[in-house]
Structures are given as structure tokens and as C-alpha cells.
Design a protein around this ligand. Structure first.
Ligand SMILES: C[S@@+](CC[C@H](N)C(=O)[O-])C[C@H]1O[C@@H](n2cnc3c(N)ncnc32)[C@H](O)[C@@H]1O
Length: 234
């Protein structure tokens, strides 16, 4: 099972970016995932290869043109791909949604720039809008990289330990809660000011039932303190 990303962007040089390193980079080399960029600029109009125009109704900024975007999309040959426009107006990405997206064979990711894209293009070609959070970026490329990273790490074989995704924050094994705190050697760490910090004793006890219990309690407490909204979901 592999996942293909079909990227529509004005900045193809931004890919694979950080995804060419580490876990995702090795997975790319193995063929667990692949990507192809279509440079929207190539389908621009006139000598300046213009891709945008002023908004109907007035207002600041420029809007990416439907005809240019359509030519780029059709040239990308994205048959069978789920079409996504990265947009602050979209459904906000979360781990359950990432899991669903990572099961698709291919995702077309449209990276917006300027004020956004002509609405008619999105509707005519069945794009769903996905946001990576309630803040505004200058372009869709960093949002696409984040969405891609979150999907790639869930592909079979990409993470060494198959339990990892389920047990970390928002995972099924963690009941959708935030993760418990981690510690590693040494068991007593003395910081630069000479203050001693020990690892909680229970984690050194070897009693796995008690350790699980402690971790669950920590998860619940951290979630209650930091993200009480996660506890209110059914
Ligand atoms: C400057 S933003 C446009 C913001 C738009 N005028 C608005 O107010 O909703 C340019 C592009 O960045 C991308 N973008 C910005 N914030 C985003 C977010 N939170 N999630 C996903 N994409 C985002 C989108 O592709 C968008 O078309």
C-alpha cells in the first residue's frame, strides 16, 4: 500500500522539503509514498504567465484564476485522487481525519496563494477544504507538507513500532487523550544549577500493570489541564 500526492503549486521547489529527510525521506526512497508537482505557473496566461486577477466586488489582494487552475489540474492527471484545497476556511485536520486520508490511494493537494482561489473552480472539480489550524499562512505549501507528514507516518512500515501511532497523543490506544510524560536515562539528572531531578519511581518498578495505570492517570490529568475540549467529545 502506497500513497501518492499530486501537488498543485506555484512553488514546486518547496517539495519534498522536510519530507526528504528522516523517517519520511527513507519512506520516499522505499516507495511507500510518492509525489509529483504540477507548476501552476506553467499554465498561466500571457508573457508574464499570470495566474491571478482582482476579486469581483472589490477588496484587497488577488484571486487565483479558475481557467488557469483547471488547466493545471487536468494536466496533472489525478484520476482516482481525493481532491483537497488547503484553506483556513476548511475542516480542521485532526488525527482521526489524518487516519482516514492516509488510507486513500492518492490525494491531490491544491496550495493556494494570495487571497485564495476562484470558488467556481473548487465547486466544479469537487475540492474539499482542509485547514491545518485556526491561523493564516501566506501559502498552502507549508500546510500541504504538514498534512503529508501526518499521513506518511501512518503508512504501514513507516514507523518502526506498529503500536506507536495508537498509543501517542490522540491515538486509539490512548482513548483520544494527550500522551503521558516520557523519561529516559539517567534516573537522576542534575541540571546546570545543581538541582536534582529524579524519574518517577513507578516507572522504575518493573510493574507493568501499575505503570499502565500511572500513564493513563497522567494522560487524563494532562488532557484535563491542557485540552478539556478533548474530554467533552463522545
Ligand atoms: C493568505 S492565505 C489566504 C487567506 C484567505 N484570504 C482567508 O482569509 O481565508 C493564502 C493561502 O494559504 C493557505 N493557507 C493559509 N492558512 C491556512 C491554514 N490554516 N490551513 C491550510 N491552508 C492555509 C491557503 O491555501 C490559502 O489560499
Amino acid at each position: 500500500m502506497s500513497l501518492h500526492f499530486n501537488l498543485l503549486t506555484l512553488f514546486p521547489e518547496m517539495f519534498p522539503g522536510s519530507l526528504g529527510s528522516s523517517l519520511a525521506g527513507r519512506a520516499l526512497e522505499r516507495g511507500d509514498w510518492s509525489y509529483r508537482c504540477t507548476d501552476i505557473r506553467e499554465y498561466g496566461e500571457g508573457v508574464h504567465k499570470s495566474v491571478d486577477d482582482t476579486p469581483y466586488g472589490g477588496g484587497a489582494g488577488m484571486v487565483m484564476k479558475a481557467d488557469v487552475l483547471e488547466k493545471a489540474l487536468l494536466a496533472s492527471k489525478d484520476e482516482g485522487a481525493r481532491r483537497i484545497y488547503l484553506s483556513p476556511r476548511g475542516k480542521v485536520l485532526n488525527q482521526a481525519f489524518v487516519k482516514e486520508l492516509s488510507a486513500a490511494p492518492a490525494l491531490t493537494l491544491l496550495c493556494g496563494r494570495y487571497e485564495g482561489v476562484d470558488q467556481r473552480f473548487l465547486e466544479a472539480h469537487d475540492f474539499e477544504e482542509i485547514s491545518i489550524g485556526d491561523y493564516v499562512l501566506s501559502g498552502g505549501e507549508p500546510a500541504a507538507l504538514i498534512l503529508m507528514d501526518s499521513c506518511i507516518r501512518l503508512l504501514p512500515g513507516v514507523m518502526g513500532n506498529v503500536d506507536t501511532a495508537d498509543n501517542e497523543s490522540f491515538g486509539a490506544g490512548a482513548d483520544g487523550l494527550l500522551e503521558y510524560p516520557h523519561y529516559t536515562r539517567p534516573s537522576m539528572w542534575v541540571d546546570a544549577q545543581g538541582i536534582e531531578h529524579s524519574v518517577p519511581e513507578i516507572l522504575q518498578s518493573g510493574n507493568h500493570a501499575k505503570i499502565d495505570e500511572w500513564r493513563k492517570a497522567q494522560s487524563l490529568e494532562i488532557t484535563r489541564m491542557r485540552r478539556p475540549d478533548l474530554l467533552q467529545k463522545d
